[in-house]
Ligand binder design. Structure first.
Ligand SMILES: [Zn+2]
Length: 260
């Protein structure tokens, strides 16, 4: 599990391409490439604004473009704006595991863990990475437009859903601001919780290496809370998320208290 958002973070970008409706255009691949840069830029900016010590945060990417023969019509389209666990497992493994196989890894969480380990062991030109996670981006059906399993260090972005207004899907998407969704999901990778009311968050539950309470959690639909990336994907942070990211130097020694 990734502990704090500092140091060098290796991002395993897996674009899961396929036939027909699962086929990416070159323009979409360019948008994804720039989108990751935009998401990182948001996080760098927030680190510069809110971290007491500039955390030398650096994202670097391992790029995999995997083309499957799986027919996207064999995977059920998303139908719910409140997907269940069964909704996720009825879709993601059908393209995720063939993609992992094409990359030379086993199926499921173990396969993703092996890939993440390879990212940590990789000799990058900038040295070794201190944290790693996998991003699957696909046009194959998924239960939700963007979601993250922080404990397993991976996320899924269903590109047509998250990057459009969501037309044809059970909920709206984020259009051209989708890179801030990617930045938000990266927050989950580093253990930051959701803060919006619909997430059923709790102000007392604690997160991250410093066990920070989720004090900016919105506990009623109308409660006013601080602007935050973990609230509505805005390019700002509440104090709780700053601490959950590990951007704390309580002893004032010029070094963050939590290292990755
Ligand atoms: Zn979230």
């Amino acid at each position: 599990m990734n502990k704090s958002m500092s140091g060098t973070c290796a991002v395993g970008l897996v674009i899961v391409n396929g036939p027909d409706s699962a086929a990416f255009t070159q323009g979409e691949v360019v948008d994804i490439t720039i989108g990751l840069l935009r998401g990182w830029s948001t996080l760098y900016k927030l680190a510069g604004t809110y971290s007491p010590v500039r955390p030398r945060l650096l994202f670097t990417v391992d790029y995999k473009f995997v083309t499957l023969t799986v027919d996207p019509a064999t995977i059920p389209a998303a139908t719910s704006a409140s997907p269940t666990g069964a909704d996720y497992t009825a879709r993601e493994p059908l393209w995720r595991d063939p993609a992992l196989a094409a990359m030379g890894f086993g199926p499921g969480i173990a396969g993703i863990a092996s890939y993440n380990t390879s990212l940590l062991n990789k000799a990058w030109s900038i040295g070794t990475a201190t944290s790693a996670y996998t991003v699957f981006i696909t046009k194959y059906p998924a239960a939700w437009m963007a979601y993250t399993y922080g404990a397993s260090a991976y996320m899924v972005l269903q590109y047509p859903w998250v990057s459009t207004n969501g037309s044809g899907f059970p909920a709206g998407g984020w259009g051209n601001s989708w890179p801030n969704v990617y930045a938000h999901e990266t927050g989950h990778i580093f253990q930051a919780p959701d803060e919006y009311f619909a997430s059923s968050c709790s102000k007392t539950a604690t997160f991250g290496a410093l066990n920070v309470p989720n004090s900016n959690c919105q506990t009623t639909a109308t409660e006013a809370v601080s602007s935050c990336l973990m609230f509505h994907n805005t390019e700002d942070l509440c104090n709780a998320t700053v601490q959950t990211f590990g951007w704390v130097d309580a002893d004032g020694d010029g070094v963050l208290d939590v290292t990755p």
